[in-house]
Each structure stands twice: as C-alpha cells, then as structure tokens.
Design a protein around this ligand. Structure first.
Ligand SMILES: Cc1cc2nc3c(=O)[nH]c(=O)nc-3n(C[C@H](O)[C@H](O)[C@H](O)COP(=O)(O)OP(=O)(O)OC[C@H]3O[C@@H](n4cnc5c(N)ncnc54)[C@H](O)[C@@H]3O)c2cc1C
Length: 498
C-alpha cells in the first residue's frame, strides 16, 4: 500500500481542504483491511475518497484518508457462483475506485454500457453511488439502482459481500471463508447509499446492458408551455424526431430542462434536452455526430469562464441577457452517439467552476412547479432589490423511485431541481442559502453530494423524509460500532443519532 503524509487533499471546487493524518492509496482488498485495522488500533477515523466531486465535506476526514484511485480494474466475475436466474443478466464486477469515464470505455470494448449515468463522468463509481448520484430518465434508476452486490470492509477489517434477500450469489457456492455473505434487503438497501458511513466498499457487481445509441434533441421552449405539459403529464409524450429524413414520433427516454430564471417578455426561456433510444444507423453529416460545436468549445475554455465571471461580478446587470444567450446557445437539433457520449453533458470546464444545491420532489405532485415559481421570484428579488444576480440556470431532471433507504427518490418517482451557482460569484453562499431555504420549506430532499449546509440544525427533517432512517442507522452502527467511518459531515447531520 502506498502511504503519504502531509498531503493536502481538496475537493474539486477547492472549498474543502484537509491535511489527513495519513493518506493511503491501497492497491488491493487486503490493503483496505489493513488500513481499517490500523485506523481502529490508533483510534483514528478513516474514510474513502473518490474524485472529490462532492461540493460538501462529505468525503473528508483528518484521520486516515483512503484514495481509491488505484482500485480501478474490472474484475473477473464467475457467473457460475450466481443463482441460475442471474446468470443470463449482463453483469460486471468492478473495483470501487474506477471512474465512470474509465468504466464506460471498458464496457464499450466489451459491447456493453451503463443503463444510465450523471451528467459528468469524472466521479468514481463508489463516490457516485455513495451519495446517490443520478442522471435523467423518468423510468431509469440512479447509479445505485444498478448495484446487485458489493464487497464492504467494515469495522475490525471484517469483509462482507452484501446482497438483496432474494439471493444473487448462490450461498452453496460462496466458498471464500474470508468474506461473510449477507443476503438481506434491509442491510443491502442501507449500505448501498450510505455516504461512506458503513465502511469502505472494495467492489461492486453492477447490472449493465448491451451497448446502445442515443439521439439527443435540444430545443428552446417557453417555460409557460413546459410547465403546463409537466403539470398535465404530457411532457413525456412521444415526440417527433427526424431519422433518415423522416419525421417519426418516438418515445422520450429522458428530459433535462434548463430554465433561465430571469423573465423575458413575460416568460422564461428553457432549453429542453430530450433523449431517445435509437437503432444504430449511419450518420449522414458531421453535425449529427457532434454537439453544437460552438457551445462545446465555449464551455470548455477557461477564457470563456473568466469572461462570464467578470460579467457576473463586475457587470451583474448583464447577467439576465447573458444567461438567455447561453441557455439558447445550447440548442442542437440532432446529436447521435453511443449512449455514454450523449449522457455526458460535456461542459467540463465550466461545470467544475460551479457548485450548487439539488433537491428532489415527488413527481406525481405539482409542488415542484410551484417551487420553480418561488425560485424565479427569489431571483427577481435578489437582483432587483439587492443587485445580486444569480449566475446560473436552474435545472430539472426526473428519476425513477429507488428501494435504497437514504436516497431522495426512496419509494417515490422524483423530479430533481438543481440550482447551480458559479463558485467565485460574489454572494454565492448567500444565493445558495436562499435556494436551500426555499427547498427545505417546500419539503424537497437534498442530494447528499451537493450543498446541504442549511440542513444543519434541521436534521429532524432527515428522520421525517426517510421512514427507514432508523433501520439505516442500526445497520450503519452494526458495521461501524466504533464510529470509525463517521466524519464531521455525518456528525453535523447527526446520522448516528436516533
Ligand atoms: C461538475 C459536477 C457535475 C455533477 N453532476 C452530477 C449529476 O449529474 N448527477 C448527480 O447526481 N450528481 C452530480 N454531481 C455530484 C457528484 O456526482 C457526487 O457528489 C459524487 O458523490 C462525486 O463522486 P466522487 O467520486 O467525486 O466522490 P467523493 O466526492 O470523493 O466522495 C463522495 C462520498 O463517497 C464516499 N466514498 C467514496 N468512495 C467510497 C468507497 N470506496 N467506499 C465507501 N465510501 C466511499 C466518500 O467518503 C464520500 O462520502 C456532480 C458534481 C460535479 C462537481
């Protein structure tokens, strides 16, 4: 195992930094076991860290920080050890530190693909799963919904393979005496999304699918119309796309809606990105194979970002018009590619200069639409009264219900409202606080990897939102009785308290 001291680790937006007592880079399951034992022997805390793409300090400890980057391989999955019913499925076993980007490439080489993913691919699979990272797709799960089995190193360095009750591995064929097999829904549903509090995950078995192709259409629309269609449920109706010169009504796979919060001519402009699953066919033009080239270039060069930041901080009155232009600039009638290339939203540089809050709402209720109205009113108030112009456009994405106890979409189909803000915008913290307060008041449940500071002091809400919280807590304490895997974030959220 590689060990380093006096390393300063910081998350990607450089808001949270820590100089851990030890920085460990394990190269095997045994290394993780040794690290956990060492931490407990010296009374230190220990926590795994992925790519540091969480905006909060959820990944931080000043004890032993475990960098998962060397544990990034695909493992050989012996399907003969699985129940017969599972053997026909498309399954892969991966080490937990593999990034989504690397996993996509490796799957593609095998003719496979992830069922869905978030808007970027820099996260590790374990970091993304641990915080409930999701993409868009009304009938598609978050990444945690693809986990079928995982190997966890818990207190004392004890290793478990954890699976649902219905059984995945055939217990008769589980012969590894060093790994205890637990097949239990309550345990599985608690551990998959557990913010690193139940231990360190070494590997996952994920259900994937054969490689597939997506068609993306991005079109400016008026919020009043989109809002009406969301309210009456017609937004997901089949939609006409052009395939080989023919207009065809196609089922919508996902919606990603970006809304300019500033009103223009009595309405708000949205960019609606719809994706459709299509058969592979020959592209006729380069434009079909690429996203809006200008928008892609502009969103990936630091200079464009610096200009935006200058405008936001020194010429804030220009923000509404600038946002209008950047929302409409995303338009692109046709982009067709392999699934993971389309799912990656591609504004890499600019995205990493932003941070934000994101909250989930029951999709069947229209409360989330009223919340959007409240956000528009807040933006108007901040800009007109206080000359503070929020710099980014809110987003809407839809995610299928999940059985994992601590995901915002637990047992409920949801709409996530995202509120990004440029990290270096003056007043960014205040804007984010205002957004969070609207959401918390409205009953939205926060994404664990995004900004959640306004939840501090209101942690009773977590018990209200998550009916299985107490079960989660009991499972967490079973694997973490000495609270070795807790950190400041978990304590402020009072995750170990009944
Ligand atoms: C530019 C950008 C775009 C984003 N887009 C999306 C999006 O589209 N959808 C979305 O839902 N989220 C999105 N996020 C949020 C991001 O996906 C999550 O915060 C995710 O957790 C980050 O993964 P990571 O590998 O960086 O993990 P980290 O932030 O490093 O860690 C996250 C948590 O996972 C734990 N952890 C990591 N590895 C392990 C392990 N092996 N065992 C146990 N615990 C572990 C850590 O302790 C920590 O609690 C975005 C973030 C950024 C910066």
């Amino acid at each position: 195992m590689k060990t380093r001291t006096r390393v300063t680790w910081s998350n990607v937006i450089e808001k949270h930094q820590v100089e851990p007592f030890k920085y460990l880079i394990p190269g095997s399951l045994q290394d993780i076991v040794a690290a956990v034992r060492e931490a407990e022997e010296c009374g230190h805390r220990i926590r795994a860290v992925g790519s540091g793409h969480s905006y909060s300090d959820v990944a931080i400890t000043d004890g032993l920080l475990v960098d998962m980057s060397r544990l990034c391989q695909m493992l050989r999955l012996d399907k003969n050890k699985l129940h017969r019913s599972q053997q026909e499925k498309y399954l892969v076993e991966v080490e937990a530190g593999i990034t989504v980007e690397s996993l996509n490439r490796k799957l593609d080489r095998r003719g496979l693909a992830l069922i869905n993913m978030g808007a970027i691919n820099e996260q590790t699979i374990s970091g993304a799963i641990a915080t409930g990272t999701h993409g868009a797709g009304r009938d598609l799960p978050a990444l945690s919904g693809m986990v079928r089995s995982l190997v966890l190193v818990a207190s004392g360095g004890k290793v478990y393979r954890i699976e649902p009750s219905e059984g995945f591995t055939d217990p008769e064929k589980h012969t590894n005496a060093d790994i205890e097999l637990i097949q239990d829904d309550e345990t599985f549903r608690s551990v998959v999304v557990s913010l690193g509090c139940t231990g360190i995950v070494y590997s996952y078995i994920l259900e994937v699918r054969p490689r597939y192709w997506l068609y993306e259409n991005r079109r400016p629309e008026k919020w009043s119309e989109v809002r009406r269609k969301l309210a009456n449920g017609t937004m997901f109706d089949d939609y006409p796309i052009t395939i080989n010169g023919q207009s065809v009504e196609y089922p919508v796979r996902s919606l990603f809606i970006v809304v300019n919060p500033y009103e223009r001519k009595g309405d708000h402009t949205c960019m609606v990105a719809r994706t459709f699953e299509v058969e592979k066919f020959h592209f006729r033009t380069l434009r079909d194979r690429t996203r809006n080239i200008l928008a892609s270039i502009v969103s990936n060069i630091p200079l464009a970002y610096r200009i935006s930041l200058f405008v936001v901080n020194h010429l804030p009155r220009l923000v509404p018009a600038a946002l209008e232009r950047s929302v409409t600039a995303l338009k692109d009638a046709t982009y067709i590619n392999k699934s993971y290339k389309v799912l990656f939203q591609g504004f890499e540089y600019v995205a990493s200069q932003g941070h934000g809050a994101e909250f989930a709402y029951n999709r069947q209720e229209t409360r989330y639409l009223e919340v959007m109205d409240e956000i528009f009113a807040k933006v108007k108030q901040l800009s007109e009264k206080y000359k503070l112009y929020p710099s980014s456009a809110p987003t809407l994405r839809f995610v299928k219900a999940s059985p994992m106890y601590l995901t915002p979409e637990y047992n409920t189909d949801v709409c996530y409202i995202g509120n990004p803000v440029l990290v270096q915008q003056k007043g960014a913290a205040l804007i984010l606080n205002e957004y969070q307060d609207i959401h918390l008041e409205a009953g939205g449940k926060p994404h664990w990897g995004k900004i959640t500071n306004r939840l501090e002091g209101r942690t009773k809400l977590i018990r209200q939102w998550y009916p299985k919280f107490e079960t989660w807590r009991q499972v967490m304490l079973r694997f973490n009785p000495k609270r070795t895997f807790l950190n400041g974030f978990a304590e402020r959220m009072r995750l170990d308290e009944p």
